[in-house]
Design a binder for this molecule. Structure first.
Ligand code: ZN
Length: 204
């Protein structure tokens, strides 16, 4: 496999599976929904070689778009923005949670110039909440959002952001509102994974 050879959905599935990032059980997602499957993205992101391969592919999909800055939401987006930007030869910046956990903001002197061509990157697309919040940051600064690249789309393309969306791994994952969850009804213990949105756990 060379750097220039595009990977397929199956290739990406194997990368996630080999890293034990695809879990089965009864999970509480950050969105508040319940699901019998969970993608523990940091099982993959702990391997720099995997991050390199994944981000090279994200960058390849926007290589001819004259991207000027790559922006991702914390936490996974920090790594992804850095590595995709490295591939595109641009800046990579990240958007953190705003005051009282509301929305996303740029800190640390980061900014986007009006008209600057922005590629938004994120890890797992579930409800689109963090992507939409990060899109608002681009709008606030007057940036030109060219597209969105995510590691995995759990909605299998069901969300339309109004700009091109590229997902390395496309999954059609079952998820339930807590009231409608058959796993809850069956008394299966609920597991909470990932980061909890508490201020003290944010990046300092
Ligand atoms: Zn449940």
């Amino acid at each position: 496999m060379t750097d220039t050879q595009p990977l397929s959905n199956e290739d990406f599935y194997e990368i996630f599976k080999a890293a034990h990032a695809l879990l089965e059980g009864h999970f509480l997602l950050a969105s508040g929904l319940h699901s019998p499957t969970y993608l523990e993205k940091f099982q993959v992101l702990q391997y720099p070689r995997s991050v390199e391969a994944l981000c090279a592919d994200m960058a390849r999909r926007f290589a001819d778009q004259n991207i000027e800055v790559v922006l991702g939401p914390t936490t996974g987006g920090v790594l992804l923005a850095y590595e995709v930007a490295k591939n595109l030869g641009t800046r990579g910046i990240f958007a953190e949670r705003g005051e009282n956990d509301k929305g996303r903001v740029l800190r640390r002197g980061f900014s986007i110039s009006p008209g600057e061509r922005v590629l938004l990157v994120d890890d797992i697309l579930t409800t689109g909440g963090s992507v939409r919040e990060t899109m608002e940051v681009v709008t606030e600064f007057g940036g030109n959002l060219v597209g969105i690249a995510v590691l995995a789309d759990r909605t299998n393309g069901k969300i339309d952001f109004g700009v091109p969306l590229e997902a390395l791994l496309k999954l059609d994952v079952v998820q339930y509102k807590p009231d409608d969850c058959p796993l809850c009804a069956a008394g299966v213990p609920l597991t909470k994974r990932g980061s909890t949105p508490k201020p003290q756990e944010n990046l300092k």
